[in-house]
Design a protein around this ligand. Structure first.
Ligand SMILES: Nc1ncnc2c1ncn2[C@@H]1O[C@H](COP(=O)(O)OP(=O)(O)OP(=O)(O)O)[C@@H](O)[C@H]1O
Length: 304
């Protein structure tokens, strides 16, 4: 099966709420794709539609060229982590995985293989009702991997993990993509996906705001901005704002200037005798790129 997810023109309303407003994107194999957006942007609904759990009012979602509901042995095509809380409390994690394996005609050894891969260890033999959120998350990942699927959909998989767990999961996601799988990971925080996702789909109000390589987003957010270091921050801000620049404070003696080229910034400050010790091209962080995109999307009329 082809390792792709294709979402085309999805629309979904829940009463008065528009959860999906014409969302379209494609997830390709061999890389981690982030699905990022603020709470309520439609990330979970999009994932639920892809998995056939919600029916869209319009549009369609295909996994490997087929609707999810048309897949036989779906766990062998798509692994999903949606709600890691949905477990039978009296059953051990390993029993849960054995049951999943059996339901798909998979050998019992798959349960032990994914226990190993998800780093569950001895905890897999304890009752799931006693699991911490982090262990539940690992069991959810193990379940997603049981059918060795070429496509993975993980809804906020970093939730509940400590710093060590986050680092471990980032490594695992990169590994899974490196094996040629299509890996879609949702998150409300761009920072969680830094160094993990090569590509991000930014969503806001049920639609795609940006769909680009991480490097491109950072590049676009950096363009035309100047980082300035000055001991006279207030004076510099006044002079630059007078000249029409937009100035943001980034530290006790640092500013980011938009709307004026570096040469004009130095000339202007020189003329006004405002001291400064450095002017350089500003390098945006991925978080800044994201904030800018979601700010634009939140403005009335944006994107229409
Ligand atoms: N079953 C439902 N019934 C009513 N409203 C719903 C339902 N599912 C989602 N919504 C609404 O649809 C919108 C999109 O929700 P969704 O959960 O897809 O967003 P999200 O981007 O995943 O956000 P979060 O990170 O908070 O989960 C929200 O306004 C939400 O309240």
């Amino acid at each position: 099966m082809e390792a792709t997810i294709e979402v085309t023109g999805l629309r979904k309303r829940f009463g008065q709420v528009t959860a999906l407003d014409g969302m379209s994107f494609t997830v390709t194999p061999g890389r981690v794709t982030g699905l990022v957006g603020p709470g309520g942007a439609g990330k979970s609904t999009a994932m639920r539609v892809i998995l056939g759990l919600d029916v869209p009012d319009e549009g369609r979602a295909l996994v490997g060229g087929r609707p999810y509901r048309a897949l036989r042995r779906p766990l062998c095509h798509v692994g999903a982590l949606l709600d890691a809380g949905a477990l039978q409390p009296g059953r051990t994690g390993r029993d849960h995985l054995l049951w999943l394996a059996r339901s798909h005609g998979l050998p019992a050894r798959r349960a032990d293989e994914v226990i190993e891969r998800a780093g569950l260890g001895a905890k897999a033999r304890r009752r799931a009702g006693r699991y911490s959120p982090a262990v539940r998350q690992r069991l959810g990942l193990a379940a997603a991997l049981i059918g060795d699927p070429p496509v993975l959909l993980l809804d906020e998989p970093f939730t509940g993990l400590d710093a060590g767990g986050v680092a471990w999961l980032r490594g695992l996601l990169r590994e899974l993509a490196g094996e040629g799988r299509a890996v879609l990971v949702s998150s409300p925080l761009m920072s969680e996906l830094e160094d993990t996702a090569g590509h991000v789909i930014v969503v806001g109000r049920g639609a795609v705001v940006a769909d680009a390589a991480v490097a491109e987003l950072v590049e676009a957010a950096s363009r035309g901005r100047v980082a300035l270091r000055t001991p006279a921050r207030e004076e510099a801000m006044t002079a630059l704002a007078h000249a029409g620049a937009t100035v943001a404070v980034t530290g006790p003696d640092t500013l980011t200037v938009a709307g004026l080229a570096a040469e004009r910034v130095t000339a202007l400050l020189g003329r006004r005798k405002v001291p400064f010790s450095g002017v350089a091209a500003h390098r945006a962080t991925l978080e800044e790129a994201y904030m800018e995109l979601t700010r634009q999307a939140a403005q009335p009329g944006a994107g229409s």
